[in-house]
Ligand binder design. Structure first.
Ligand SMILES: [Zn+2]
Length: 293
């Protein structure tokens, strides 16, 4: 029997990337990079567990062409690990690859945290980091709107659609469980780990040099920790890099650059520096509670 090779669907592909936290399932290297120029690189492969063809690595199987191209049979690997497992199929049989993938998915999930109880309902979102929100949604099996940004460079460029988009996010967020660790006034810097999701209920943030346009100046300002909002804790600071593309409205832009304001925040921890006592984070959502402020 000759198998007709089937392509993995785009939906399955995104699912695999999100469940993998964007990391190689074997060596945990980050596979999706973006540099200061906004250039993106994808360093990994959708690797078949049972090969797409019967004479490929681990290819002897009853699995049909469709099954071989399903997310059940594919795992995200870096180029090195992909070559290693495909050239040494006796050392890496199907069962050990399935175990490796399951362990990795559990590892990613351990960063999601618990259900955040008693959170204020969102009324308005001032910031939606669309790619991050997408990853968060798939990892949590919630269905957030998936905006077609198309040629638009920012959410505001979507014009009237951006209002509908925001309303869509607000209703899903208020309806679904949110998984994250929750900040309290006593949260210590050592409580945080890179890769974790953290939630801050309505709290005071300060802002520095929030730019209105995305340009080369933005990554520069991130490096100098200028284009940021931050929250002070006892002896450390949570610093959130603001990417102007994800500000939802011009009102949001005014709020975020106002110097001091209150917001609800869901963030993804990017780095923890115990020496300078700073945690850097990417905000996924920033928003105002129902009563406004
Ligand atoms: Zn690897």
């Amino acid at each position: 029997m000759v198998l007709q090779r089937v392509k993995l669907s785009e939906a399955d592909r995104r699912h695999i990337i999100a469940q993998s936290g964007g990391c190689c399932n074997k060596c945990k290297t980050r596979l999706f990079l973006e540099n200061a120029f906004g250039e993106r690189a994808r360093l990994g492969d959708d690797a078949h567990i049972v090969a797409a063809s019967e004479d490929g690595p681990r290819g002897e199987s009853d699995l049909g062409a469709q099954g071989r191209a399903s997310l059940k049979n594919v795992m995200l690997l870096c180029k090195n690990c992909h070559a290693e497992v495909d050239q040494q199929p006796k050392q890496f049989p199907v069962v050990s690859l399935l175990q490796m993938r399951e362990k990795h998915y559990d590892w990613v999930e351990s960063f999601l945290g618990d259900v955040v109880l008693k959170r204020p309902p969102f009324h308005y979102l001032s910031y939606i980091n669309v790619p991050r929100a997408d990853m968060y949604a798939v990892a949590n099996s919630i269905s957030l709107p998936q905006p077609q940004l198309g040629a638009a460079k920012s959410i505001r460029d979507l014009g009237i659609v951006s209002g509908r988009l925001m309303a869509g996010y607000v209703s899903v967020l208020n309806h679904d469980d949110l998984y994250a660790n929750e900040f309290s006034g006593n949260t210590a810097l050592t409580d945080l780990q890179v890769g974790e999701y953290w939630y801050s209920s309505e709290a005071t943030f300060r802002s520095k040099k929030i730019l209105d346009e995305y340009s080369a100046a933005v990554p520069q300002a991130w490096k100098k920790q200028e284009c940021i909002i931050y929250r002070k804790f006892n002896d450390w600071r949570l610093v959130c890099m603001i990417d102007p593309r994800w500000m939802t409205t011009s009102t949001a832009s005014v709020t975020l650059s106002s110097g001091i304001f209150k917001t609800i925040a869901l963030v993804h921890i990017a780095s923890v520096d115990l020496t300078s006592k700073v945690a850097m984070a990417s905000p996924i959502f920033l928003g105002a509670p129902d009563k406004g402020f």
